[in-house]
Design a protein around this ligand. Sequence first.
Ligand SMILES: O=C(O)CCC(=O)C(=O)O
Ligand SMILES: [Fe+2]
Length: 299
Amino acid sequence: MRLSIATGTGMLRQLPRGAEEEIAMSGALTGRGYQRLGENVTLQMRDWQEAIDFFAEIPAEAIDLQHFGRKPNVNMGSQQIDQLRRFVQARNLWPSEPPEFRAAAEAYFARVSEVGNALMRAMAVGLGLPEHFFDSVTDRSFWCVRVIGYPALHREQLNLSCGEHTDYGCWTILAQDETPDALEVQLPGGHWEKVQPRPGAFVVNLGDMLSVWTQGRYVATRHRVRQTAGDYRTSIAFFYEPNFDAVIRPLDLSPLSGWQAIEHRPVASTEPLQRGLAGQELIYGEHLFAKVSSNFDFE
Ligand SMILES: O=C(O)CCC(=O)C(=O)O
Ligand SMILES: [Fe+2]
């Protein structure tokens, strides 16, 4: 996999050719490791990308999985809870070369997760809530990172580099290399706007859980990637998320009644997300697991 982003911590050097194969994602749904070109799927289409995926490593005893079986609205039997357990207890896979990759990556993840904390606190203040309002549901953030490589799409290819979607959780803090014209976000009127890279700047997108909490005062950003301008593009998406077992329920935002809500029409919905958008509660982990599973289902 070719990596070419230089971050503040110098995280990404080029991986030696083939180094990613030793960490290829196994058939079992652990969500971690290397996904080859065309293995990731959005809306039943193969995305034209390769990626290495990482998740926060939360001690198993710090996640209350029984809680998923107790909530009356949550449709999870013991078999699904076992699947969830395997998913949250899996550990990240690291390439052995270059040897400094792991420490640099972990330092980068820790720094960017602080940016996520700051965004949550800024949002709380913006909503007229106490600054630390969201701490109890994000203090063990089940963040995810995708280090993604995009070869150019061929002219006749019908699929996208990354199909249209919204991200799952709170905030996506995205570093992209200098390849122009790749990422596009959809504006409220439907127009797709290109988001050009700026040196030293992150792109920040909003995720589904903000739509649920705020019932449409904040709306998850629809976006997609079409990489045709560069030979190979690299991005690092840091998904800052709630705790895996966080209960997400719409906030009482009556003091903000002057704010106009915008409807969040999910591109690809899950049953828990629909419940949340309808004003009921969901557990973040059930939504995440449903979304991640759909990235492997196709044809
Ligand atoms: O590479 C990008 O610019 C965006 C990637 C993305 O949207 C995602 O992985 O969710
Ligand atoms: Fe995304």
